[in-house]
Write a protein that binds this ligand. Sequence first.
Ligand code: ADP
Length: 262
Amino acid sequence: MSETGIYEPFYKVIGKELEVFEHAYLNKLPLLLKGPTGSGKSRFIEYATYKSNQKLITVSCHEETSSTDLIGRYLIKGAETVWQDGPLTKAVKEGYIIYLDEIAEARPDILVAIHSLTDHRRILFMDKIGESLKAHPDFMLVASFNPGYQKGFKELKPSTRQRFIALTFNYPEPKLEAEILIGESSVDKEIAKKLIAIGTKIRNLTELGLTETASTRLLVDAAILIKSGLPKRLATETAIVEPLTDDPEIAEALKDLCNLII
Ligand code: ADP
C-alpha cells in the first residue's frame, strides 16, 4: 500500500513499458499509449503512477469532451459566479499525472488546449479567465489512442502525435495472458489456458470483419464469471461472444468455436 492508502494495482509487465515510463516521467515528456481496447493501457498507467508515488487523474474522453471540461468553467452559485477548475487545471497546478483516455474521441479544441503543455513551455492557457499557468514540476500528460485500422475509429493528426513519445500495447503472449487471467480472477490454470486459446483463435479470424476482437478484458470477464460459478459455455457466450457481435450468424460461429474449446 502507498503512503496515500492506495493498494498496488495488479499489472503484469509485458516488456520495457515501465522503464520507458520512468524515463518519460523523469524528463516530463508527454506519453501516448497506443493499442486496442482492453490491452492494459489504463491498468498500466495506474500501476506506473503507483510505482512512481504520484497521483493520477483520469479523464475518459468522448465526442462531447471539450477544452472547457478539461480546463474549467464558471458556475452559478446563488447570486455569484464562481470559477471551478477542471481536471487538467487541477493536475497542472498540483503536479498530478493526467491520463486522457481515448484522446482522439474528444473535440479538437482539447488538442489546442494541450498544445503549450506538450512542449518546452509547459504552460496552460486559461482563456476564459485570461490567465496562463506554468505546470507544476511533477505534472505529466499521458494519453491513450486506439489506432484501430477499421472504419469508425478516429485518427490522431500526425502533428499531434509528434508531441508525444509513444508506447504500443498489444495482447500479451499466451503464458503471460494466462497469468493475467489467473491474477485477476483466480480461475484454474486449465480454464485460463482454454480461454486464451479462444482469444487467440478469435484474434486470428480476420475474415469475420469484427470491429474489435477478443481483448484481454473480455477474457478476464469470462474467467471471473466461470470462477463465480456460471457454467463455462454461458460465461464465454456472455463475456466474449455477445460483446463482440450483434450479427446472429457470426455469434453462432463464435459460440461454436468457444464450445469446441471449453
Ligand atoms: P485499455 O485501457 O487498454 O482499454 P485496461 O487497462 O482497462 O485496457 O485493461 C482491461 C483489463 O485487462 C484490465 O482490467 C485487466 O483485468 C486486464 N489486463 C490487461 N493487461 C493487463 C496486464 N498487463 N496486467 C494485468 N491486467 C491486465
